[in-house]
Design a protein around this ligand. Structure first.
Ligand SMILES: [Zn+2]
Length: 393
């Protein structure tokens, strides 16, 4: 069953391309787009569109680049709805809650982990996410971390080794011993499956020196660095990320002036994860401060069973606009091109000629509807690498 060589999508009410030299939101009204061999071959006004082998009539709907979710924890077993309910009733969130999922994940079969991972990936795709990152971090043994990463690598190239998520119970009181494992034998087993290395640099997880040592070991094995930084309080995470040459500092909820300067001058992406603040009832990160300082901001879900069990980029966009004072254009850019920047990808997150034809068609005439109509399933159709991947069109 082949796909036509070229497909014209025409009568697009608003085509978000993000196709502008230095980055930034860009869109074409009353537009058309041609897909050829899995890539974007042409964009412009519908009235000037060249012919193609097949035609899709968008009927005035908006078309956006597929969402790029640059931060997700999808290899796990079990769920923590009772913990969420208790938290909403007043109990505070602590990093140690992760260990509940670690126990369930270690006990799970490979088949059940694969099934859960693929169910979540399909859920993301239906909601317009065409590129996603996936971390380990619920195994915390050599074998369990390697298993998680091998599963993730089956379905995404953006695989992140997060052995330094929390200190597992068998290393309680011996963080140094666990760090040696993470940067030694565990790294040896995990590096072949991964593109990135990440560390949770936070009180209750890993300190500055430990985080730096883990990142340095990963870099020496060719892995790119990213850091869970400054989520639960002020701390050294952003500084450690900048010093390690990280692509992104993620969370960035509690930032000093020096942290903001470090993000801008590194430069590295500040990836904001408002689902985590929603799910822990923390204050949202100050996106306006970062944007006004000139930082590159990405939005991602942090999809995980503890602090942020959403796979919806649309939900994160709505939170960013309503709660973090991002404009609708800034939020869409952050959820597409911003995520691509956080993953050092130039082929996704925009619809310039040559980009991967990863598209989301909304059941709405404009990108702003994603925040204007929160909670409404607005994704009408999804294409990935030029092929229809979800939806009825
Ligand atoms: Zn995370």
């Amino acid at each position: 069953m082949g796909v036509p060589r070229s497909t014209l999508i025409t009568r697009i009410g608003e085509l978000v391309t993000n196709d502008k030299g230095q980055g930034g939101f860009a869109a074409i009204m009353d537009a058309a787009l041609i897909i050829q061999d899995g890539a974007v071959a042409w964009t412009g006004p519908a009235s000037r569109a060249p012919a193609a082998d097949s035609v899709v009539d968008a009927g005035g709907r908006a078309v956006l680049p597929g969402f790029v979710d640059s931060h997700a924890h999808l290899v796990f077993a079990g769920e923590r709805s009772a913990e969420f309910a208790a938290r909403m009733a007043g109990r505070p969130y602590q990093a140690g809650g992760i260990l509940t999922t670690v126990a369930a994940t270690r006990a799970a079969s490979e088949e059940s982990l694969r099934a859960n991972l693929r169910r979540l990936a399909a859920e993301m795709l239906r909601q317009g996410t065409t590129t996603f990152e996936c971390k380990s971090g619920y195994g915390l043994t050599v074998a369990d971390e390697a298993r998680a990463l091998a599963l993730a690598a089956e379905i995404t190239p953006e695989v992140t080794y997060l052995g330094a998520h929390v200190v597992p119970p068998e290393f309680a009181g011996n963080t140094a011993g666990y760090v040696d494992l993470v940067r030694g034998p565990m790294l040896d087993a995990c590096a072949p499956h991964a593109r990135w290395i990440d560390v949770f640099c936070e009180d209750g997880a890993f300190g500055a020196d430990e985080a730096a040592a883990v990142l340095a070991a990963g870099r020496a094995r060719g892995l790119g660095a990213r850091v869970h930084a400054n989520q639960l309080g002020p701390g050294p995470g952003v500084r450690v990320a900048a010093e390690a040459g990280a692509a992104s500092a993620d969370h960035c909820t509690y930032l000093s002036e020096a942290d903001v300067e470090a993000i801008v001058s590194a430069p590295m992406v500040a990836t904001l994860l408002p689902g985590a603040e929603f799910g822990t009832r923390h204050a949202y990160p100050d996106a306006r401060r970062l944007l006004d300082a000139g930082a590159v901001v990405a939005l991602a879900t942090d999809c995980n069973p503890g602090s942020s069990f959403t796979s919806s980029m649309a939900f994160c966009i709505a939170l960013a606009v309503r709660e973090m004072r991002m404009t609708t254009q800034e939020a869409i850019w952050a959820a597409t091109a911003g995520g691509a920047r956080a993953l050092c990808r130039s082929d996704v997150g925009h619809l310039g000629v040559g980009a991967s034809a990863d598209l989301v068609m909304l059941d709405a005439p404009a990108h702003s509807y994603l925040a204007y109509r929160p909670g409404v399933p607005l994704v009408a159709a999804v294409w990935r690498a030029g092929r229809p991947a979800a939806g009825a069109l």
